[in-house]
Design a protein around this ligand. Structure first.
Ligand SMILES: Nc1nc2c(ncn2[C@@H]2O[C@H](COP(=O)(O)OP(=O)(O)OP(=O)(O)O)[C@@H](O)[C@H]2O)c(=O)[nH]1
Ligand SMILES: [Mg+2]
Length: 196
């Protein structure tokens, strides 16, 4: 095992000793589950089973519980008709707003088409009074892909510079190649005191 892997494993061991519960929010396919795997073990798989939209799952390791929230359209609901799909989406978003007290927002930085939807969802969430002042960590995932946006382009396209009422951090990561996962773990450890 290289020095770098040992360092990451040491960070991981610190992380899972903390008592915390955190939420990861993002559009489907952004890489939330991959990020949890990457933080937990460093493992990565191309063969992920998509979490069906409007879903919440919990992953617990050590003292840490990570809740994964999937945002975004859902083909199953859309089959019920656009209005009903939209209504269900609103109900689901309201539920999410009641339970998320800190935000880590995962974006697929290589999926240009979905960035505007990510932006809308993110800014809608930030308007919720219960999320006032809550620090925001935005993660642009899949930077191993050649078409991935640069950090500045992601910041611009998500309108992150217009968010002035809280601490905003943005890291570009790759779960696949374990890039900047150490920065994410470090951020989570530093902010764990404010976690619910
Ligand atoms: N190239 C690349 N692919 C990735 C990366 N992270 C995740 N993926 C792939 O993206 C797809 C979706 O990853 P998931 O971790 O299932 O994403 P998710 O956000 O949990 O998706 P849902 O559960 O469907 O909402 C999978 O095929 C992963 O292998 C990455 O860093 N680079
Ligand atoms: Mg998932």
């Amino acid at each position: 095992m290289g020095l770098w892997d040992s360092f990451l494993n040491w960070l991981r061991s610190l992380f899972f000793k903390q008592e915390m519960e955190l939420s990861l929010v993002g559009l489907q396919d952004a890489g939330k589950t991959s990020l949890v795997n990457s933080i937990a073990t460093g493992g990565y798989s191309e063969d992920m089973i998509p979490t069906v939209g409007f879903n919440m799952r919990k992953v617990t390791k050590g003292n840490v519980t990570i809740k994964l929230w999937d945002l975004g359209g859902n083909a199953g609901f859309e089959a019920c008709g656009k209005d009903i799909a939209e209504l269900l989406r609103r109900v689901w978003l309201n539920k999410l707003r009641r339970v998320v007290f800190e935000l880590r927002y995962v974006v697929d930085a290589a999926d240009w088409d979905n960035i505007p939807v990510s932006k809308t969802e993110l800014h809608e969430l930030l308007m919720k009074p219960s999320l006032n002042g809550i620090p925001l960590l935005v993660l642009g995932n899949k930077i191993d892909k050649s078409q991935a946006l640069t950090k500045q382009a992601l910041v611009d396209q998500l309108g992150l510079e217009t968010i002035t009422d809280r601490e905003v951090s943005c890291y570009m990561i790759s779960c696949k190649e374990s890039i900047n996962i150490d920065m994410v773990i470090d951020w989570l450890i530093k902010h764990s005191k404010t976690a619910t």
